[in-house]
Ligand binder design. Structure first.
Ligand code: C2E
Ligand code: MG
Ligand code: MG
Ligand code: MG
Length: 286
């Protein structure tokens, strides 16, 4: 405790921080399964809109409301779950919660939309994944045409043959598939002609730099073009302001997701949102 009094920046404090972070990591790793069963996790939803600012999709994004640590974000606990072999329990839980929420989501929007669920690369190595999803969909009477799965290109390509087989089956069942964080993974595009996907999702890194970087504009425009030529739909995430909105809608981006419209929110908050936004009002507010 004396060393703590020496203040930040001293070697001892740094070590204590490291110990604390290691302990936190261990604690989280060991708590995942029990926390899932105790519903400390919650599925948040973030809207995706079309060029008319009408909601056309949702992304399910997981949050962990830990009784001791407060809100723990997926960027922290997903890698921990992956390392500890707990990702399939998380995925199963998310698919069940989304399936359970779907009737209320459909009642709220009252039109066609898809809710997206993120899959990790580790999920794709689980040979029971398709059967697990199929079983959940059966028991909750989910229409697969309301569901999309998002997977990063690196996760998809890690085990190309297996991923392709899995996503073809998902696709035949009626689910859509989106390639998440597109543009940050592999440099070779040759695989795009062989894979079974519906949507390219432009990584938010390009969107963040859109206003200040001509290169990001060029890459974003090129990805939209590429998607069109391949008859894929294209989604951009991380839209926070009017410049990005303008650029993306003018260039024909089909779906737009970002804090400009809404952060990810709990189901109860989502259900109070209108089905479309007034862009002029949003821009004036800025
Ligand atoms: P992702 O799938 O690429 O999800 C988009 C992330 O961008 C989300 O972060 C979202 O909150 C954030 N985002 C959206 N719009 C904006 C914006 O305008 N500005 C900024 N700064 N950020 C924005 P989140 O919820 O923290 O999730 C991070 C990542 O964790 C996700 O990236 C996904 O890879 C992973 N993840 C989240 N939920 C799940 C899940 O249920 N299962 C799996 N396997 N991974 C998940
Ligand atoms: Mg995603
Ligand atoms: Mg992404
Ligand atoms: Mg990401």
């Amino acid at each position: 405790y004396r060393s703590k009094a020496k203040g930040r920046g001293s070697f001892t404090v740094f070590t204590l921080d490291m110990v604390a972070s290691h302990k936190r990591k261990l604690h989280l790793a060991n708590a995942i399964e029990q926390s899932l069963s105790q519903n400390e996790f919650e599925v948040y939803y973030q809207v995706k809109v079309n060029k008319h600012a009408e909601i056309v999709g949702l992304e399910a994004l997981l949050r962990w409301e830990h009784p001791e640590f407060g809100m723990v974000m997926p960027s922290e606990f997903i890698p921990i779950a992956e390392q500890g072999g707990k990702i399939s329990a998380i995925t199963q839980w998310v698919i069940e919660r989304v399936s359970e929420d779907l009737p209320r989501l459909r009642q709220w929007l009252n039109k066609r939309f898809r809710v997206s669920i993120n899959l990790s690369g580790h999920d794709l190595r689980n040979s029971h994944l398709f059967d697990n999803i199929y079983t959940v969909f059966q028991s909750y009477q989910v229409n697969p045409e309301y569901v999309e799965f998002e997977v990063t290109e690196s996760a998809y390509l890690e085990n190309f043959a297996l991923s392709n087989k899995f996503f073809k089956r998902m696709s035949n069942m009626g689910c859509a598939i989106a390639l998440d964080d597109f543009g940050t993974g592999y440099s070779s595009l040759s695989y795009l002609t062989q894979i079974s996907i519906d949507t390219l999702k432009i990584d938010k890194q390009f969107i963040r730099e859109l206003e200040t970087s001509e290169r990001s504009q060029l890459v974003t425009g090129a990805i939209i073009d590429l998607a069109k030529r391949l008859s894929l739909s294209v989604c951009a995430e991380g839209i926070e302001g009017p410049f990005q909105w303008q650029y993306l809608t003018v260039h024909g981006c089909d779906q737009i997701q970002g804090y400009m419209f809404s952060k990810p929110v709990p189901l109860s908050t989502l259900l109070e949102m209108p089905a479309a936004f007034d862009v002029a009002a949003l821009v004036n507010k800025q």
